[in-house]
Write a protein that binds this ligand. Sequence first.
Ligand code: BG6
Length: 481
Amino acid sequence: MASRVIPVSPFDLVLFGATGDLARRKILPGLFHRFEAGQIPAGCRIIGAARREMDVAGFQTFVTSVLAEFAPRARGKDLQQFLTMLDYVSVDARGDRGWDILPGKLRADVVRAFYLSVGPALFAEIATRLSRAGVVTPNSRIVVEKPFGRDFDSARALNRELRQCFAEGQIYRIDHYLGKETVQNVMALRFANALFEPLWNCQHIDHVQITVAESLGVEGRGAYYDHAGAARDMFQNHLMQLLCLTAMEPPSRFEPNAVRDEKLKVIRALDPVPQSDIVRGQYRAGVDSGSYLQDTGNPDSLTESFVAMKLQVSNWRWAGTPFYLRTGKRLRARLSEIAIIFRDPPHAIFPQMDNRRGNALIIKLQPDEGITLRMTIKEPGPGGMRLTEAPLDMTFAEALGAEIKVPDAYERLVMDVIRGDQTLFMRGDEVEAAWEWIDPMIRAWEESESRPAPYDSGGSGPEDALMLMHRDGRRWREIEA
Ligand code: BG6
């Protein structure tokens, strides 16, 4: 099966932070791949904007070296054509330099996208300067990366500042998890199949587990991470989004506000979580890796690199069915999955069924995208009725054919910005609601100055996280690659 490519309309994309890490690793390679796939038509322009003084030729050389590292297929005619789309302006986000040059680089009749791949402290400042420079047209959009605030107040203030320059319909708040192909598949699986939805509720589902485990540590981002921690870095955004897609009601249409309204309702239905249902952890040194305290250079840090919580979505569909969520760094493997654990059959007719385990639907998000359905079947052979478990396994790569290339989340998201489709971007009220819910919990542990529980690098997280499930007579799925 080959994927269909529909070209987008002509655009001018101004990439602020064009020489930064995210631009190098994700955005520039992503744009090249979309160009190579035929989705970006000739005549589109990508204008790098950064503090560094450079001319266009310098930027082309820079992008060539970036692509050599992060998009090794970029060669020959495709690369040459891609380079002709580039332009560059040296701007000072905090000063006046360069802002008078930018308007002359933009065309009146095409989509304008201003992508802020910069630190969050610059979001409002750049938006204001764009507005002052007179370049914000009705056909303009602004893209902001996470973190979107560090609590409810700062997120609300940032929303207010952005909305002074751009309408809500022009603001694209990125959560790259929403751009992941399999995360979108959660919606397809639920709402394009009639099989699961009748069972998708507290009557049939015992509990849900959402795991986003990383094997890496803080990797040179210690200063940022130590100020954030797992709750702000991963939980408030990526895990909450996975929870929303799993727990939401079917929207009436696959349309940006219909989808985001339903996600917002999930966040608003979340009960506050008592500290007894939260486990925070911090990784110890491993055989060849430093401890969290060494990696961040902060021997007194009380910041968590792991967090697990038991949540309750208080609505008709989910009453009494808990959601257990966990995320952490330096765990046994890189693995993200949503596991729907169904209730046991109501009555046991087979002798062995005392140890029965309910069916489970595992949606594997990464690294190997696919779904597995845990079934109980008869163990083959004569001599009685013995039962065993067998997975019904489907890896999307196998099912759809090797020629299907799963695009990186950023490729999808940048094209959606140009198309003007906000479905996979967080709305302002959604981000605020997520902060409003998590803020009191973060504040409580920060004020108590409690120390996160240490856990072994390469393990499954702190013992207390296992207990969070054990005390309810449940257990986490293994973190295995
Ligand atoms: C980012 C976090 O948003 O997501 C990082 O800031 C984390 O700390 C990353 O490593 C994980 O993303 P992915 O796509 O590798 O699962």
